[in-house]
Every structure is written in C-alpha cells, then in structure tokens.
Design a binder for this molecule. Structure first.
Ligand SMILES: Nc1ncnc2c1ncn2[C@@H]1O[C@H](COP(=O)(O)OP(=O)(O)OP(=O)(O)O)[C@@H](O)[C@H]1O
Ligand SMILES: [Mg+2]
Length: 280
C-alpha cells in the first residue's frame, strides 16, 4: 500500500513509459498484493488460534476432573490413556498461547508498557527461580553481576519473558553437567545481555532462520519453535537488537541490547537483527 501511494506524487513526466517502468508498477502491485495476502493469512491464523484456546482449556478442565475421579473410578488403562490425552492437550495449550502472543506482537497489538526496570534484578530473580531446574540437570549458572545497575525504561513482563526464554533454551540445549554464563554489560547507550551455554551449538546453515516463527533445527524436538521469534519481536519493540553466535558442538551465545532511552520502534519500522557465527 505504501509503495503504491507514492506513485501519484510523482509527476507524470518523471515516469518514462518504458517496458521497464511499467514493470516497476507491476512489481509494486505484486508486493502490495503479497503484503495483503500475508496480512490476511496472519489474521486468519490468529483468529483460528483464538477460537481454539477456549475449547482446549475446557477439555483440559474436564480431563483433569475425570482423572481426579470426579466422574467415577477409572481403570489403570483408562487412566494412562487419559493422561496421554491430557499431556497432548497441554502441549496444544502452550502452542496456541505462544502463537497468540506472537500474533499480537507481529500485529503490534501488544506494545511495551514502559516502567523503570533493573536488568540486574530481573536476571537475578530469573536465575534464582530456575535453580531447581538447573540443579536437576547439574548445569552450573554463572552470573557476572555488573558493578552498576542502570535503570532503563522497559516492559517488565515482556523482558522477563525474553530472559526466561533464552535461559530455558540454554538449559534445554545443554547436556548434563554443562555451564551457562549470564553477562550483562552497561554500555553508554544501551545495556547488552549475553547468555552463553556450553551446549549443542547451532550449525551455520541454521543461524539465519533461528529467529523465524516455528523454526527448529530438529523438527522432532519438543517445543513449538516460537520462543525465539517472540523474544526477537519483544526486543525489537523496545528498539533493541538480538543476535546469536554459535559453534557446533561447543555452544552458543545469544546477545540482546536494550536502549537506555525510550526509542521504541514506530509502527511499520523494524530494528535490525544480526546473525553471525564463529563457524560450524
Ligand atoms: N541455546 C541454544 N543452543 C542450541 N540450539 C538452540 C538454542 N536456542 C535455540 N536453539 C535452536 O533454535 C530453535 C528455535 O528455538 P525456539 O526457542 O524458538 O524454539 P524451541 O525451543 O524449539 O520451542 P519453544 O517454542 O518451546 O521455545 C530450537 O528448536 C533449537 O533448535
Ligand atoms: Mg525455546
């Protein structure tokens, strides 16, 4: 739409009617149509996810009641079958909720609600509350606490989601006995946070896609592949950047920045995402 609306502003004489320039108009039309189709597709998918949420929640409620014996006693076979169904319904619930969150961020329906935010506190709390998970896998978490603690303007819930997602991934893709390092750096214009793991690493060919919705290196792995796409949208909505450096078999470092000033991205604009690797 934006591309087409530029055309009437150009004087007719400045548009030589060569085969090439008419091709340009066709090209603009194609892009407009493509964008409209993409919008419609996104709208349809978010409506679908929205309409799926309630039936999924209702069936989880019923299954839970039945498993508690509220509908009468169950045989062992019935119980184990219903437990499998419940597990699948819970996965579907996470998928639907993640997709709705992703859609709201893409459609800019969810905008950051800015308030004073301490990165040091947020990292501290997130690492502390995950202790049981790290201990269970004997993964050591080293938090390089910064000397200073600059207070920035950020959406606490959203940034906590970013931290949790990146830490969960670091844990998920790191073997027993591995190590995760969390390193916040106070820089003149922004705060840089780096989360490094000694895990599986990511091969070069996957790095450019890692932040795409539904992308998973191993399609059979648990998870929807929405986590990093949500993280990216949140960081960009705050005017920050996110990127990954990884070496297959050695581990990965996910880094993101948050500006110290309120430089949220205006609708339609995008902050950059950088992909880089140190080999695979
Ligand atoms: N720290 C990491 N080390 C190795 N691979 C990673 C790491 N973080 C992400 N990945 C790869 O990137 C893919 C996308 O990550 P993302 O968090 O978006 O999805 P997910 O973890 O598969 O599912 P979920 O939606 O539950 O988070 C993962 O499937 C995994 O292959
Ligand atoms: Mg994940």
């Amino acid at each position: 739409m934006a591309a087409l609306s530029l055309l009437p502003a150009l004087p007719a004489a400045s548009l030589p009617r060569t085969e090439h320039s008419w091709g340009g108009v066709e090209f603009f039309k194609d892009i407009t149509l493509q964008k409209q189709r993409e919008r419609e597709r996104r709208h349809f998918l978010s409506m679908l996810a929205h309409d799926m949420k309630n039936p999924v929640l209702t069936s989880i409620g019923f299954l839970t009641r039945i498993l508690k014996g509220k509908a009468g006693p169950l045989t062992d076979a019935q119980r184990s079958t219903l437990e499998l169904v419940l597990e699948d319904q819970r996965k579907l619930e996470v998928l639907v909720k993640d997709f709705l969150e992703y859609s709201r961020l893409v459609n800019q329906e969810d905008k950051p609600v800015l308030a004073p935010f301490s990165m040091k506190d947020a990292l501290d709390k997130s690492i502390g509350s995950g202790k049981a998970k790290y201990d269970e896998k004997a993964v050591q978490v080293a938090f390089d606490k910064p000397a200073g603690d600059p207070i920035i303007q950020a959406d606490t819930i959203m940034i906590n989601r970013v931290i949790t997602n990146l830490l969960d991934n670091a844990l998920k893709y790191t073997n027993r006995g591995g190590k995760i390092t969390v390193n916040p750096v106070d820089r003149p214009d922004d705060i840089l946070v780096q989360i490094t793991d000694s895990g599986a690493g990511i091969a070069n060919e996957h790095l450019p896609h890692i932040f795409d919705a539904f992308y998973r290196v191993n399609p059979k792995s648990d998870g929807s592949g929405l986590g990093l796409s949500i993280v990216k949208k949140i960081v960009e909505a705050h005017g920050g950047k996110i990127w990954v450096e990884s070496k297959l078999g050695e581990g990965s470092t996910f880094s993101f920045t948050l500006p110290k000033q309120d430089v949220r991205v205006a609708p339609g604009e995008r902050a950059g995402t950088v992909h880089c690797s140190t080999g695979s």
